[in-house]
Each structure stands twice: as structure tokens, then as C-alpha cells.
Design a protein around this ligand. Sequence first.
Ligand SMILES: [Ca+2]
Ligand SMILES: [Ca+2]
Length: 215
Amino acid sequence: MCNVNECVEGTHNCHSSATCQNTQGSFSCGCVDGFQGNGVDCTDIDECSAGTHNCDVNAACTNSVGSFSCSCDAGFRGDGTTCADIDECAEGSHDCHADATCLNTPGSFSCSCNYGTEGNGTVCIDICSDTWTYYEESCYLSSREVADIYSRDDFSHTTWTSARTTCQALRGDLAVTPDSAEQDWVRRHMMGTFHWIGLGADAVTWVDGTAITDT
Ligand SMILES: [Ca+2]
Ligand SMILES: [Ca+2]
């Protein structure tokens, strides 16, 4: 009795995705890794649906014949089995406006317009126009143009009505301070290089002694 090696002779009936192993008087077939079956019939294992893949939780699994592959989701970076969030804010790959603040999030990022501006984050527009400064939902003007009109020397000639008229001509309105915090803010800015329209440097009152909260 002689042993015929069916594996070498090519007379075996193992599947193309199986290995043939010669045995005494016979042979056996075994599916290769990534396949399942009895060796004569071998079918691909779908590791993705079977859950036997090792893709990262933030990766997509793609089944292939005999194997599978992993690719990180958008916003993540890695080899697929390990994916880390991309910090778009630190890397500068965000599209936030120059007047917005970037906030990194897992898989993404967000943009929020800075104080004094409004928009969707990728576009932020100054709430106050030109040289007006935003504070507590009001716009204040501290410009050389107004300072030239209402300098400290001319302050005594300024009235609330004329000051407001000038403000409105500049597409704004006269500042009104509803509370002490805002009044302090106005006072600090008033002490700067430019004078606030209608306001003196020493007291937040009009020349006639009326508090500027009076309208
Ligand atoms: Ca597979
Ligand atoms: Ca991110």
C-alpha cells in the first residue's frame, strides 16, 4: 500500500481558500484564516457584522474577502484600530471666524462669536458699527471724530439733546447706563484718550447736573 499525496498531486477537493493536509491514506482540508466552512466549502467571515473586528469605536469597518479593514471616522485620525480626535482648534484646521472662539469636541469642533460680535461662528459681524464699542447690549462711541466735536473744552456747551442728535447722526444713540457696573465701564473708558460724547471726565452727569440715566 502506498500513500498518495493528494495535496501534491492536485487530486484533493479542498476549497481554493483552504489548505490541504496530507494524511496517511487520505487528506484533510481546512479553511484559511478569515474563512469558515468544512474545508471543501469555505465562505468569507464578515468580521464587521460578526463583531469580531478590532476597529476603533470611532472607525468604520469594511468587510473584504478573507479579511476586513478599519478607517477612522471624519474628525478622527489613526490606523483604524486606534483613532484619536483631531484638535482642529490647536491645529488651525477649523474655519472659525477671526472674531470667534474655537472649541474642540470629539470628532468635531464648534465656533462661537466673540463678545461684541454676532453670527454663526464662521461669520461674525460686529454688533456695533465702525468705532462704536459694544457693552451690555449697547454701543458706545469713543472716537476722535466725536472727541473733536465735543472736546472737554466744549463740554459746557453740550446738552443731552444735542449730544443725542450727534450720536444719531452717526447711526447710534446716546449711551444710557442702567446700572452701576455699566456706569463704571463707561467711566473707565471716559478717562481714556478720547472723551465720551456728552460725558464729562469727572462725573457721570450732564453739565446741568442731571444723571445720564435720566432720559
Ligand atoms: Ca471578511
Ligand atoms: Ca475635534
